[in-house]
Design a protein around this ligand. Structure first.
Ligand code: CA
Length: 249
């Protein structure tokens, strides 16, 4: 993993995030955490300030609380979506109601998290959303693992590997986010396209199948368990090859 790549956009500039959150304590914890992860973070504590900030600067991602003192966060989302090519929006809300989630996603939010949540889960989602604007590749490679997403075929060291459709879906999601930890919930939502709260163990079962097919008989393991989050795929050889020269060396 290359931390410098992790936080910079296509032009190599640090990704800029707008955090819209009126609860000081949460805003502090999140902005400190996100800045610690290398992002530039601006905080707006109400809807009016959020809209003003969005007029003044280009953001790569907006993290939006729904219950704001002056307006419903969904109105900010609506205004943002009326403009073309706005940044992805991750809704953060204490409302667990399915209605709010559906409404938020209908209005064009890209992801939705219910408070309380673990920071690592938020960070994983932020990283995936920031990658989303990049063009999709047909051919994905991690070490000697190669996937043709059009013909839906996978090879390890030139050997064709048979995968069930869900296994393929999970592997593709992992490979498209190479080096980035994905939580079990994210994998479930992505591959099953619905909430499977409490059924995230199913991901462990599928990962076990995937490992038996693409990792077990090879010395170099590509799928890694990330404690407290979920899984990521990466190859140590690639990480070494892509690492830029260390300026301090
Ligand atoms: Ca709030």
């Amino acid at each position: 993993m290359n931390p410098a790549n992790e936080v910079s956009g296509r032009d190599g500039v640090r990704n800029r995030l707008l955090l819209v959150e009126d609860e000081q304590r949460i805003a502090d914890v999140l902005s400190r955490g996100l800045e610690g992860a290398g992002y530039a973070v601006d905080v707006a504590d109400d809807a009016a300030k959020a809209l003003a900030a969005l007029h003044q600067a280009d953001y790569d991602l907006v993290i939006l609380d729904l219950m704001l003192p002056d307006a419903d966060g969904l109105t900010v989302l609506e205004k943002l979506r009326n403009r073309k090519g706005g940044p992805p929006v991750l809704i953060l809300s204490a409302r667990a109601a399915v209605d709010d989630k559906v409404k938020g996603l209908e209005l064009g939010a890209d992801d939705y998290m219910t408070k309380p949540f673990a920071f690592v889960e938020l960070l994983a989602r932020v990283r995936v959303l920031l990658r989303r604007g990049l063009p999709l590749q047909d051919k994905l490679t991690v070490g000697d693992l190669v996937m043709d997403t059009i013909r839906r075929k996978v090879w390890r060291a030139g050997e064709l590997i048979e995968l069930a459709p869900k296994e393929f879906g999970i592997l593709e999601f992992l490979m498209r986010n190479r080096g980035r930890p994905l939580s079990r919930t994210m994998i479930v939502e992505h591959v099953w396209e619905m909430d499977y709260d409490g059924l995230t163990n199913i991901v462990d079962v599928y990962i076990r199948h995937l490992r038996s097919k693409i990792d077990d008989k090879w010395k170099v393991k590509l799928i890694h368990t990330v404690r407290g989050i979920g899984y990521l795929i990466d190859s140590p050889a690639d990480a070494r090859a892509e690492k830029p020269a260390d300026p301090s060396a």
